[in-house]
Design a protein around this ligand. Structure first.
Ligand code: FES
Length: 64
């Protein structure tokens, strides 16, 4: 995963910031959104970040 890639353009949220929040204990989309405040401007990133969160969680489960 390219941690510097942008996940939410409006709020300057990167893949790495999302990954770090998941590692810090955010497991649901709602928790993640509350912590990072993405998706509150144009909202275009919301579907994408749902998928990104799922992928991050799946890859963590595989590594255990
Ligand atoms: S890209 Fe995330 S709110 Fe616009």
């Amino acid at each position: 995963m390219n941690r510097n890639k942008e996940a939410c353009h409006c709020k300057n949220i990167t893949y790495g910031m999302i990954e770090d929040a998941v590692n810090a204990g955010c497991t649901s989309y709602e928790e993640l959104k509350e912590k990072l405040r993405f998706g509150t401007s144009c909202g275009k990133c919301q579907d994408f970040i749902h998928y990104l969160l799922r992928d991050i969680k799946e890859s963590r489960e595989k590594s255990f």
